[in-house]
Design a protein around this ligand. Sequence first.
Ligand SMILES: [Zn+2]
Length: 191
Amino acid sequence: MMNEKKFVLPGDKLSTSEELLSGEGTFEEDGIILASQVGTYFVDSQHKKAKVKPLTSTPVILKRGDIVLAEIRMIRSSMIIADVIHIIGSKRAISGDTNGTLRVSEISKGYIKDPSDVFSLGDIFRAKVTQVKPSIQLETKDPQFGVIKAFCSKCRQSLIKKDNILECEKCGNKERRLITNDFGIIDPNNL
Ligand SMILES: [Zn+2]
């Protein structure tokens, strides 16, 4: 399904359980092996395992102005709580606090009534860091920001873009998100 030695995000399909076993940094669901963390996908051919090696070396601390990827952990009426999982252009892990907040007023230049109208739990979105102390604050107002990876709320399959809506190829479910202007055409190696 995927070439070896590739940068992957949580939820990316790596292989099947017929081909390989699920190793570190991966999990298996319905016969598919998926990444559970950001990192480099590789095959441990000796043990026939799919593995994701975390981005290591010297960890880097998040700073204001960074463009990041974050995974949604919680959605409230006034804000989204997300874990910052990656700094774009950096192949280093993030040290320290990664718990970010995206306030409803910082989502879009237009009016968003409820964050759950345009985001869903487990989505991965691209955002700008506007503050790091005392808490990490995120912003997604520009077209390059928003969801880059969304999962079906019914069956967790990755959603694909069809016209202006996202659709699940497995169950046909249609969902709406605030997506980036390059949703679906992002080269993971440029992340
Ligand atoms: Zn589905």
